[in-house]
Structure formats: C-alpha cells, structure tokens
Design a binder for this molecule. Structure first.
Ligand SMILES: *Cc1c(COP(=O)(O)O)cnc(C)c1O
Ligand code: SF4
Length: 356
C-alpha cells in the first residue's frame, strides 16, 4: 500500500480500512479550511451553503488538494460556495431528471430499455456540490427486506431486463457481505447477464476495493462493468491508479463518467489529461455529462455551445476511444441524449479554444 499524503490528519502512517476512512470523513467547513490552509473568510459562506447539503470529504481525497489554492479543481468539487443559495436561474429545478416519477417501486428506477437502476442505499463517501441527486428522497429508498424482495421481483418479472445497475448514493458504501448477497440474488435471475456498478469510491477511497469485493465480483457468472466517476486527472494519485489496475487485472471492465464543470475541467488540457491519465490506468472514458440543472449547482454550468467547441478541440487531440460521449439527460427520453459535435467551431464562441 502506498502511504497516504502527510496532510492526512492521522498520526499513524498505517493505511486505515475503508470503513474507518468512511467513518472519518471531514464534514466541517472549519476543519476543511484548516486542513487546506484556506482563508478564514471562506468559512462562514461554506457553513451557510452546506446547510442544505452537508460537506463530506474523505481524507484520501483531501490529500490530493493543493493547500492554499481556492481554485484547486478538486477543492471546487467539494467546497460549498454562497452561489449555491443564490436564486436559481430559470430551468434549474429540484429533480431535473424526473426520477421521482420513475421510482414507482422503491429502490428501482426504470427508464431505459433492458436496464434498471437499483438504488442500494442513499449514502455517498463524498458530497459533490454539483450532484443532481442532492435533493433526491433517499430516506424513502432505504429498503426493508420486504421491499428488497419486491425490487428483485420487479426485475424477475421482466425478462427484457438483462442489465442491473447498482447505483445510490454509492453502492460500494454497502459492506462486502451485503453486496455478496445482493450479487447472489441478481446472479439467480437467469435473464440478467450484466451487472454494472456506478461508484465514486475507487476514486475517493480506493481502499474500498478489497480482496473480498473482488472475489464476490469475479466469482459471479455475470459480466461486471464498473463505471467510476472522476472529473480531473489530479484525482488519480498512485493509490487510485493501483486500485484501478487491480480491477482491470481482475477482468472487470472499468469506464469513467465525468461531469463537465465550469472552472474545473472545461478546458482542453484538463480533458486531454483526464483521458490520458484514465487510460494509463486501463480505464476508458464513457460519458461526459452536461450539468443536470439542479437547484444549487448553476455556477458549475458550461453552456452547450462551449461544450461542443471543447469536444471539437478534444477530437483533434485524442484517438477516438479516448474521447468521451458528450451527453445531456432529458427527462422522458429513452436514453441519454448525445450532443453532436459541430463540424466547425460554433461561431459565437470562435477563438475560445484557440488551438482548434
Ligand atoms: C444513465 C442511466 C442508465 C444507464 O444508461 P446507459 O446509457 O446504459 O449508460 C440507466 N438508467 C437510468 C435511469 C439512467 O439515468
Ligand atoms: S458520488 Fe455521485 S451520487 Fe454521490 S454526491 Fe457525488 S455525484 Fe452525487
């Protein structure tokens, strides 16, 4: 194991277990500001902004943030700004994906043909300030055993479902034992052939990829796809890289989804570096999402035309397999909606990415 960076506040050099790291997340603005040497003037605004959606940062993630830099691309993902409480612009709503309407059986979100999301629990290791589920009624999706059976029955009764996607929150905040029984239950449904796991844990607490978890995944007859969530190359330190390589060696297909975020990864260099760094770790970029218009996140928005120009520039730099698909989620559509790349830069923004 690679020793954690020394800004971690442990006195011991030993890497703690993932459960300890999950219990030991930083949740106070003051503590965070102190650890990262941020100006004291930032604290009050962060405290107010975090009232609706708490601060939550694992120390392994904190260790990758540059001290004293208020523009650090990782810091901006987790630090609440007063902009979160500003009146939302038109179009920004509480449930931008209309998930409440597709959530008829607790624990199941079924919108697309052949695949369902199974909401395994509501918690995440990290709270990303741009999260589209920041207002999702997770409490209603904490399932009783009876509800679990009903959710599994929902899948059993629909032979057209061949892929189950574990989602959350973050499904890997469940312990290995619980996941094992869940995987067994899904394995027992003959028409399901793929199990997909949408998780940010390999990025924020890489110690989560335990031997037991790998064994549970590789012993199943299901093909396993893991979709991690990483927005910036700086998120991948040596420990994360080692974790992603372990997954690859175990035969798990690892893909990445990112969200296009203003001031964080909306420039050509950040996107090129992210794709290259992912591929160094055997991970392929999958989706680059335009921000879902959720109340409290409008300051992260990159306009569609700027995103399209960025994609055009990215295509000029990278092999096709390292260019993520730019998509937007539109309520009511049968899939994510691809945003087509223009043939030439969109004129109103010409010159913005000078290197096109
Ligand atoms: C994104 C999403 C999926 C997965 O979509 P893919 O295009 O297969 O990656 C499935 N169900 C829901 C409700 C989703 O939001
Ligand atoms: S890990 Fe995903 S679901 Fe959890 S807060 Fe971040 S974006 Fe939202």
């Amino acid at each position: 194991m690679i020793p954690q960076n020394d800004i971690i506040m442990h006195s011991s050099k030993q890497t703690s277990t993932w459960q300890q790291q999950l219990a030991d997340v930083v949740s106070g603005a003051e503590q965070l500001a102190q650890a990262l040497a941020l100006p004291a003037s930032y604290v009050q605004a962060a405290q107010t902004a975090s009232e609706g959606f708490a601060i939550r940062v694992p120390k392994a993630f904190l260790a990758r943030i540059k001290k004293g830099d208020v523009n650090d691309p990782l810091l901006r993902q987790i630090w609440p700004l007063s902009a979160e409480n500003a009146p939302p612009p038109a179009g920004f709503v509480l449930d931008p994906l209309g998930e409440a309407g597709s959530n008829k059986t607790p624990g199941i979100i079924h919108k697309y043909h052949g695949r369902v999301l199974l909401i395994t629990n509501g918690s995440c290791a990290v709270h990303c300030r741009y999260c589209f589920r920041r207002h999702f009624p997770y409490a209603d999706n904490a399932l009783s055993s009876q509800q679990w059976l009903e959710a599994l029955n929902y899948i059993k009764q629909r032979p057209e479902i061949n892929e189950v996607i574990l989602s959350g929150g973050d499904p890997l905040t469940n312990n290995d034992k619980r996941l094992q029984s869940l995987i067994h239950a899904i394995d027992d449904i003959p028409h399901v052939t793929r199990l997909r796991i949408h998780t940010r844990l390999p990025i924020v607490i890489p110690a989560r990829i335990t031997e037991q978890l790998l064994a549970n995944l590789t012993q199943s007859r299901l093909k396993i796809v893991m979709v991690v969530h990483c927005n910036h190359a700086n998120e991948i330190d040596q420990e994360v890289a080692a974790c992603l390589q372990t997954l690859y060696r175990a035969g798990i297909h690892v893909l990445n989804q990112a969200v296009l975020l203003k001031g964080i990864n909306d420039d050509l260099a950040s996107q090129v570096n992210l794709s290259e760094r992912l591929f160094d770790c055997h991970v392929l970029p999958y989706y680059l999402h335009l921000l879902d218009p959720v109340v409290g996140a409008h300051h992260f928005e990159v306009k569609q035309a700027a995103a399209q120009n960025l994609m055009l520039a990215l295509q000029g730099r990278l092999p096709g397999f390292l260019v993520p698909k730019l998509v937007r989620e539109v309520d009511g559509r049968p899939s994510k909606t691809p945003i087509i790349t223009p043939i030439t830069p969109i004129s109103s923004l010409e010159g913005e990415y000078g290197a096109i």
